[in-house]
Design a protein around this ligand. Sequence first.
Ligand code: RP5
Length: 181
Amino acid sequence: LDYIMSGVSSKVPSSIAGTSKTPLIGVVMGSDSDLPVMAVGANILKKFNIPFELSIVSAHRTPLRMVEYAKGAGDRGLKVIIAGAGGAAHLPGMVAAMTTLPVIGVPVKGSSLDGVDSLYSIVQMPRGIPVATVAINNSTNAALLAIRILSSFIPEYREQMERYMAEMEKEVNGKIERIES
Ligand code: RP5
């Protein structure tokens, strides 16, 4: 199955499309309107050179596609799924119900309730089916968490994460020095 970019409108810049290697991370979202938010995390995966795929899978508009995606994800080699959705954001929970892979939910901020609707929908999963939920619109942290999960069994990604964190610390220390001098 080739989910890479399938269903994504022509608005998607090729720079954030999934990679051609067998993907380890699946990034799905309910609508192409989620793309500006989800693209930020996709770019982090690109930066870390992680094979990933990116696709539109809607829990309510394309329910059969969602079932097919979630049920086949493990067998296709995915290790983590990042699912972004807004409003009554049931996509991450529904996907998590049909796979044993870890699912990370990104609450996407909609126009009416500032993203609190999406946050509550995703974070309030009843017991038994976990969805790791990041902050509203924070696809960066979803990507970093997915990489941390991979880094627990792929040493190369652990080293990359250590470098990323060291770089961040250096940057903040630089700012502190400039303020204090
Ligand atoms: C959800 O509904 C999507 O995840 C999106 O955040 C929201 C609005 O979708 P559009 O009406 O913009 O397609 O399914």
